[in-house]
Design a protein around this ligand. Sequence first.
Ligand SMILES: Cc1cc2nc3c(=O)[nH]c(=O)nc-3n(C[C@H](O)[C@H](O)[C@H](O)COP(=O)(O)O)c2cc1C
Length: 353
Amino acid sequence: MSRITRKDEHILSALKLEPQPQVSGFGDITLVHNALPEISENEVTLDTMLLGRQISAPIVINAITGGGSVPAKINEAFAIAARETGLAMAVGSQSVALERPEAEKSFRIVRKINPGGMVLANVGANLRPEDALRAVEMINADALQVYLNVPQEAVMKDGDRDFRGWTANISRLVNICPVPVIIKEVGFGISREVARRLHDIGVEHFDVGGRGGTNFISIECIRNDGRQRALETWGITTAASLIEIESSNLATTIMATGGLASGLDAAKALALGANAAGIAGAYLKTLFESNTDGLIRRIENMKADLKKVLLMLGVKSPREMNKVPAVISGKTREWLAERGIETRSFSCRPWSV
Ligand SMILES: Cc1cc2nc3c(=O)[nH]c(=O)nc-3n(C[C@H](O)[C@H](O)[C@H](O)COP(=O)(O)O)c2cc1C
C-alpha cells in the first residue's frame, strides 16, 4: 500500500476514535485556585517564546499530515488557522515528499499561507540526517520534530520491525541540524530513562506525546479488524511522561501532547512544566466537523479559557505558570510514587501574587 493511502487511512481511523479524557492523567491534576488574585484581565497575556520564536499562545497544532491531495487540503486549513490565531504548527511526516517530489507542494503550502508563522518540520528517527535537513529547507522550518513511533510500526501489518540505530542517527542529526531538534513520541510517552539517553547525545527539546489521546494501536485495530486490541493500553500517560521529564531537569523545552483538548488542559500542562501544549486529534476532528472557521473558533475559545485560568490563578503570562501549585492525585500520583518521583514540589509551591 502506498504511503499516501496509508496516511489517508490513518486520518479516517483517527476520526473514528472515541475520546478517553480520563486516560491522559490530566484529570488527576488540580490547579490550586487563587481567590484573591489581585490582577486585571488586561495584564494577562498568552504571548510566549517557544524555541526562540514568539507565538501568540503556548499551543501548537501538532503533526498530522502531508502527501496527497486530502492531506494538502488539511495542511492548508491548519496553516490558515495557525496564521489567524498566531499558533505554531507542525506538518506531518515529510518522508513521502523526500521520496516523491510531487508531494512537496502539500507541505510547502503551509509556508506559502503562513510565511511569518512558526512552522515545524517532521521526520522519523530513522531518516538519514541529510534528508532531514532537506525536510527543514522544504518549508523553511523554525525547528525540526523527529518522531519515535515504535508501537505504531510494530503493530502495523506492513510496518517496520527493526528499530536499531535510531540513537546514533539522532545523535548525528542533532549535531548537524541548523534549527532546534525536538524528539517527540506519537502517543506512547517518553520515560525519563529515554529522555536521559537522548539528553546524553545532545537532545534538549522534547514533546512527550503521551498516552490518552490519539492511540495508534487503536488506529491499527480499526485498520486490521480488531487484531492487537490487547495492546491498546500500552504506553506512559501524558501527565506521567511530562512530570518524569520535567522533574529530571533534562529539558530546555517540553511540549505536552497526547489527549489535550481544552484551555484548562493546556494550563495544567504549563503548570507541570511544559512550555507549550500540542494538539493533533482534537483539532483534526474539529476541522472535519466544522471546517476552518470552526477550527479557528475552537482555538480562540481555547485561548480565551486559558487566559481565564491564568487570571483566576493571578498569573500574568504562561512563563509564570510553573510557579503555581498543582496537586497531583490518583493513578498519576501512584505512578510517580512507584517511580520515586515526589509530588510535593508541585503541590506545595509557595506561589503568592
Ligand atoms: C491522523 C494522524 C496522523 C499523524 N501523523 C503524524 C506524523 O506524521 N508525524 C508525527 O510526528 N506525529 C503524527 N501524529 C501524532 C500527533 O502529532 C500527536 O503526537 C498524537 O496524535 C497525540 O496527540 P493528540 O492526542 O492530540 O492527537 C499523527 C496524529 C494523527 C491523529
